[in-house]
Design a protein around this ligand. Structure first.
Ligand SMILES: [Zn+2]
Length: 299
């Protein structure tokens, strides 16, 4: 009986490994430089939008959550505990926005690791890259206790080292530090909303007095974000990069969602993407693709 169960488990493991090997074998990237994950040109299911929000939480995150909730949409948030210059967070956004984070989780959104300080990881040592991820995770646990999820999806700050011509050894360094901690999740080529560029006067992480949403500059930026994304949506799947740190994003998001819905898109989280592509959740995928780390931990 026992042998039979073991045999069955072995077969199950083999079929999981087969899925991983298949997924890796169709990759065009060198897997030493590109750990498992989603990169700019990877295939996505048609008519599917993955909304992602980086750099929060901030004063604007709750309004983004309102919009998602009203539309019955779940998104993926790549969060940072301590990204200066958030002056009033006392260097810990997770404490300041504890309720926002709890709501994010309760409403079914996925939390991903965007590192603690938002440094360009290309410039850090392996140990410091690991610290940036582990400390961010620990601060989430400190703030939320048992409610804190293990953040198994990672988006590196500025998308580096994979967003520019970086020497292979730098990519390998970052890849090795990351791969047992999470899956790399970039955004689709041409689907950076650019909301973090061309800042409008008064836009900041914290609510200020200076923002006039009727101002010409503010409207220009909203239209720019809208057009950039909508004009390029052609029925193919897309991972959109937003930042929940800008009022322009808050204000234009409902219209973007509305238009995409009319165009027949549906919305999903990047955890759902992982299940679509690898037929298992991110936690199991990381464990199975890093057998050395797992067996070391068990020893
Ligand atoms: Zn960022």
């Amino acid at each position: 009986m026992n042998t039979r169960i073991k045999w069955k488990q072995g077969l199950l493991l083999l079929s999981f490994l087969g899925i991983i090997t298949n997924a890796i074998s169709v990759e065009t990237h060198n897997k030493n430089e590109y750990p498992l994950g989603f990169y700019a040109d990877d295939a996505l299911p048609n008519q599917t939008v993955y909304l992602t929000f980086d750099d929060g939480p901030s004063d604007w995150t709750d309004e983004i959550l309102d919009t998602l909730h009203e539309n019955n949409i779940k998104a993926t948030f790549f969060i940072c505990a301590n990204w200066q210059p958030k002056s009033k967070t006392n260097r810990n956004s997770f404490i300041k926005y504890q309720e926002t984070l709890e709501r994010m989780i309760a409403e079914g959104n996925v939390l991903g690791n965007h590192t603690k300080n938002h440094y360009n990881l290309s410039n850090l040592s392996s140990v410091n890259i690991e610290k940036q991820l582990d400390e961010n995770q620990q601060l989430l646990k400190d703030a939320l206790g048992l409610k804190a999820p293990q953040m198994t999806l990672i988006r590196t700050p500025f998308g580096q080292p994979w967003m520019s011509e970086t020497p292979p050894e730098v990519k390998i360094k970052v890849a090795n530090a990351i791969k047992s901690r999470g899956l790399v999740m970039m955004w689709s080529r041409h689907f950076n909303s650019n909301d973090s560029k061309n800042w409008v006067k008064g836009e900041w992480y914290e609510k200020g007095k200076h923002i006039d949403v009727d101002e010409k500059e503010f409207k220009r930026k909203m239209l720019e974000i809208y057009n950039r994304l909508i004009n390029r949506s052609n029925g193919k799947g897309m991972v959109i990069l937003f930042h929940d740190t800008h009022l322009t994003t808050v204000k234009i998001l409902p219209e973007i969602i509305q238009t995409l819905k009319i165009k027949g898109y549906h919305f999903a989280t990047l955890e759902e993407y992982v299940q679509w592509r690898w037929r298992m959740d991110s936690k199991n995928l990381i464990m199975l693709s890093n057998p050395d780390k797992v067996s070391k931990k068990n020893k």
